[in-house]
Design a protein around this ligand. Structure first.
Ligand code: G3P
Length: 218
């Protein structure tokens, strides 16, 4: 399973990369706004800075919602670096653009996916990644994890090449369940990645090992 970090914060990206387990980054307009990144030149420079930290897979989202605008923005984003994956919303013109980007060899991430039907469309349009949002479904009392399972089954039935990028992950249980189901990628905040480290028995066990070592070596 690949781990992506869901942030536009350079320090968090560096921290996750330094841990040695990071396979990519996903951003979205809200995450870019959170970092105060505005203006075309600054946005592009920020994506370049992210690409300079990680080895691969930096999702950069288009703002346009019409086919021509999505294509224009996506091609510009793709020019920033070979690591860029153009993130396109699951809307009619977005699906058309996914197909066109695919024919041009530009990698894509279809975002804002909340149903198996949308995931089928993304795969048929040739998206490199599909991003079902688990947490936001949970927020409206629908089972986000069930959606991941449905998409896994459907994609396996037809050997679709689109990778399932589980998004809107809020805690480690989401991530573990995604791994059990077989999501290809989980994108999550830094805290979810570092929370995987934690177990009280690890802490108490290490404390005992070090105390026993000290007893015979002091
Ligand atoms: O980047 C897409 C997704 O991961 C957003 O998550 O927590 O805003 O629902 P969240």
């Amino acid at each position: 399973m690949k781990f992506f970090i869901d942030t536009a914060n350079l320090n968090e990206i560096r921290e996750a990369y330094d841990l040695g387990v990071l396979d990519g980054v996903t951003t979205n307009p809200s995450l870019m706004a959170k970092e105060g990144i505005k203006g075309d030149a600054n946005v592009k420079a920020h994506y370049k800075a992210i690409c300079n930290i990680v080895d691969q897979n930096v999702s950069a989202e288009v703002i346009a919602t019409d086919f021509d605008g999505i294509m224009r923005e996506g091609r510009e984003l793709a020019k920033i670096d070979d690591k860029i994956v153009v993130k396109v919303p699951m809307i009619r013109d977005g699906v058309k653009a996914l197909k066109k980007f695919s024919s041009e060899g530009i990698r894509t991430n279809c975002t804002l996916v909340f149903s198996p039907g949308q995931a089928i469309l993304a795969a048929k349009a040739g998206a490199s990644y599909v991003s079902p949002f688990i947490g936001r479904l949970d927020d409206i009392s629908q089972d986000g994890m069930e959606l991941i399972a449905q998409i896994r089954l459907i994609y396996d039935n037809y050997s679709y090449g689109t990778e399932i990028l589980a998004a809107s992950i809020r805690h480690t249980i989401h991530l573990i369940k995604c791994a059990e189901i077989g999501a290809d990628v989980a994108t999550c905040p830094l805290k979810v990645i570092t929370d995987l480290l934690k177990h009280p028995l690890t802490d108490s066990g290490l404390e005992k090992f070090l105390a026993d070592h000290k007893k015979v070596n002091s």
